[in-house]
Design a binder for this molecule. Structure first.
Ligand code: PLP
Length: 430
């Protein structure tokens, strides 16, 4: 680890241990250190690191044919996975578009939304509204709609102007005088105000993570919030894009986080857990009305990447989804999620010094967030210059534990938090 690495990987000289193998919920480096993966990397590795059936499905696909360009062929793996995803969603989806990851899924959904309105002759509809403290990916289109100022800042001159309403952030923003429901309605109504300000004829879509992930640590929506959002979108002919790249595919205890809200998007992005990290895969679920508009219009979606519908990626995705069903893992997510939340609270409470800096413990299923504060009473975040999240990550790794800490978003609203998202196969013994 002493020589300057030839790999640019987040930092220009990453001094990281080299991974050697994975066993269940553990990752093992070349020095034989065995790390408990309590965050699935970044909420990716939902089956742990050594699932034989997923590995075999990948081998079988590679033996048959590893890759065939989708302008020449379709393939069974993507057809099977699409059929499975549509059958197991409550939305009115009729097609799926497979890409290589979350950012590509978000880019694809933005273009689908734009093209939908072009097909319908509503050519002015071009603006996307999203939320503060959100993250939708690092490519330029996805970054432009995102509300994480720290990630946007260096690239601002390259980005389309963002339009952001408040996030669902009850710990910091719910008033004492209002119920959780009233708070949800108040912030959902910000969407209506912004649509009217921009002109409904100009707004294409509202984009939101059903449960906010990396930017603020597992922020769950208040009761009724997404129902009101859906109503507003329908009233003003604005598409609802639910970004479930991180919170979807079982992470919160249901296959799609939006099931728990009783609401469906017109477009829904998924990635991370879809193939459990065994292959790079993302997807967009596309509602029938959008597919029909393209079918009845140009018939051609003006988009595409070399690796769309990748057979090996989709084979891994299909095997992952069958495995989740076979092992009944969503029940384990619910059970272990509530155990873990309780255990976190108890262990923090047991240490007075630590407890003083635990602002909030939140989340659903195995998608939990811990917000850290310098002062509990005032909810004052730690000074960002301390880079507390970096110290936590380092300390945890020294103690053979992987968690996913992040800093604040530069708007001074929130501070450091830790995301905890272990594989769905975790049990009490781990
Ligand atoms: N959308 C959400 C909600 C995410 O959490 C992420 C990544 O963390 C992305 C999009 C981008 O996904 P990727 O890193 O696979 O491009």
């Amino acid at each position: 680890m002493n020589k300057h690495s030839n790999i640019m990987q987040r930092t220009s000289n990453p001094q990281l241990p080299t991974i050697a193998k994975g066993e269940g919920v553990y990752l093992i480096d070349k020095q034989n250190n065995r790390y408990l993966d309590a965050c699935g990397g970044a909420a990716v590795s939902c089956l742990g690191h050594s699932n034989q059936r997923v590995k075999q499905a990948i081998i079988d696909q590679i033996n048959a044919v590893p890759y065939a360009h989708t302008s020449f062929f379709t393939n069974d793996s993507q057809e099977l996975l699409a059929e499975h995803l549509i059958a197991h969603s409550e939305g009115d989806f009729s097609q799926v578009y497979f890409v290589s990851g979350g950012s590509e899924a978000v880019e694809t959904s933005l273009k689908l939304a734009r093209q939908y309105f072009l097909e319908k002759g509503k050519t002015d509809k071009k603006y996307f509204i999203a939320r503060k403290q959100s993250y939708h990916g690092n490519t330029l289109g996805a970054l432009a709609i995102g509300g994480n100022l720290w990630r946007r800042k260096p690239f601002d001159p390259l980005l389309a102007e963002g339009h952001h309403i408040s996030a669902c952030y009850e710990y910091r923003e719910q008033r004492e005088s209002e119920t959780n429901f009233e708070y949800g309605q108040r912030i959902a109504n910000e969407l209506e105000t912004m649509i009217l300000d921009l002109g409904e004829e100009n707004v294409a879509a509202f984009v939101a993570e059903t449960v906010v992930g990396a930017t603020a640590g597992a922020l769950t929506p208040p009761e009724g919030y997404f129902k009101r959002i859906r109503e507003i979108c329908d009233q003003y002919d604005v598409l609802l894009i639910l970004d479930e790249v991180m919170c979807g595919m079982g992470r919160t205890g249901t296959l799609h986080a939006c099931e728990q809200e009783g609401v469906q998007g017109d477009l829904q992005t998924i990635a991370k857990g879809i193939a459990a990290g065994y292959q790079a895969l993302g997807a967009v679920l596309i509602s029938k009305k959008i597919v029909d508009a393209i079918d009845n219009g140009t018939g051609f979606f003006q988009h595409g990447h070399t690796y769309i519908g990748h057979p090996t990626g989709c084979a891994a995705g299909y095997a992952t989804q069958l495995e989740i069903q076979k092992q009944n893992l969503l029940n384990n997510v619910k059970r272990q999620g509530s155990n873990l939340k309780k255990a976190l609270k108890e262990s923090f409470d047991a240490d007075v010094l630590v407890s003083e800096h635990i602002g909030d413990i939140r989340g659903r299923g195995l998608f939990l967030g811990v917000e850290l504060v310098a002062d509990k009473a005032s909810k004052q975040p730690f000074d960002p210059a301390l880079k507390l999240h970096k110290h936590i990550k380092k300390k945890a790794m020294e103690n053979l534990l992987m968690v996913y800490p992040m800093g604040g978003t530069l708007d001074g609203v929130n501070g450091d938090h830790i995301l905890i998202a272990p594989p769905f196969i975790i049990d009490e013994e781990n």
